[in-house]
Ligand binder design. Sequence first.
Ligand SMILES: N[C@@H](CCC(=O)N[C@@H](CS)C(=O)NCC(=O)O)C(=O)O
Length: 212
Amino acid sequence: MTEIVLTTFDWVPEAPRGYVRDLRVRCALEEAKLPYSGKTTPFRARSEEHLACQPFAQVPWITNGATSIFESGAILLYLGGLSATLMPIEPAKRINVIEWLFAALNSVEMPSVPWSLFKFTNDETDTPGRRALDGFLNARLERMENVLKHREWLAESFSIADIAMSDVMRLVDRFDGVAEFPAIRAYVERATARPSFAKAYADQVAHFAARD
Ligand SMILES: N[C@@H](CCC(=O)N[C@@H](CS)C(=O)NCC(=O)O)C(=O)O
């Protein structure tokens, strides 16, 4: 039996703590009660070894024996295959989770990340590009609000799709971007109230703080 090893940075500045994407992986591992250990890679010096595991010199990645996986979505999908708690086994139910996982990481995260970068840098410049980005994100949030008005979780039960989608929404919420969307706010609250999230969040914050 091999052990899952999750690699994240050894340290990051204050601002991204609690939002580094290893959190998604920690949530899934905690939710499924899969044993794992942690490893670190230097934040300041990105090595060839790092690039061999994550070609953009980012985090997270996991290994399980000889298998090494980067991209939080691919890791969630892999872990979903290891535990029916994270993704159902029946093909029709499974594809429902997968489509929502892609929706989170493509349809919603595509505008949410650049939007959040403007917020992180306190850039409130009013330009046509910025207005287009705000409109792009808002259109996605309006659609998600309508979806979430009528369901607790994206698929039949809590899944890797909710880990991804709620994490994407959580970053927008950090900058008050979901204030107008009560169903999205309630969804983020439900997801972050889970013990798996509380443990994952506390572990990530403690990990980075220990290296200050
Ligand atoms: N699409 C990648 C994005 C990974 C990503 O953006 N990681 C951030 C931490 S949350 C990172 O490593 N940032 C440092 C950098 O880009 O140099 C995934 O989902 O795994």
